[in-house]
Design a protein around this ligand. Structure first.
Ligand code: ZN
Length: 104
């Protein structure tokens, strides 16, 4: 379980994308603020900080529902990287394809 004193909010720096585009070079780089996750913890005092990799398992479900909500908000139709396809989430439960995992 995640700490109830900490809400998970969309990263203010990258707006949930997990990366920022370099305007000059046109390259995308992992967002420093959220470590490429797209979401951060917000504590009771309103401070945002990156979700530690060790917490990814605990917050996986919440991150996934937040991500789905964000994609719907954008009118998502295309083919963005799924959470389990992102290198940052390798070796966590988010590094596995949940559809594959749930089969059988
Ligand atoms: Zn970010």
């Amino acid at each position: 379980m995640s700490d109830p004193a900490q809400n998970i909010v969309r990263c203010a720096s990258c707006d949930g994308f997990g990366w920022n585009e370099d305007e000059f070079r046109g390259e995308a780089e992992d967002c420093d603020w959220c470590a490429g996750v797209g979401y951060v913890y917000r504590d009771a005092a309103g401070r945002d900080f990156a979700i530690p990799k060790a917490d990814f398992n605990a917050v996986a479900d919440e991150l996934e529902s937040l991500e789905l909500a964000r994609l719907r908000e954008m009118g998502y139709q295309g083919s963005a990287k799924k959470p389990w396809q992102q290198a940052i989430r390798k070796d966590t439960s988010l590094g596995e394809d949940p559809y594959e995992r749930n089969e059988g």
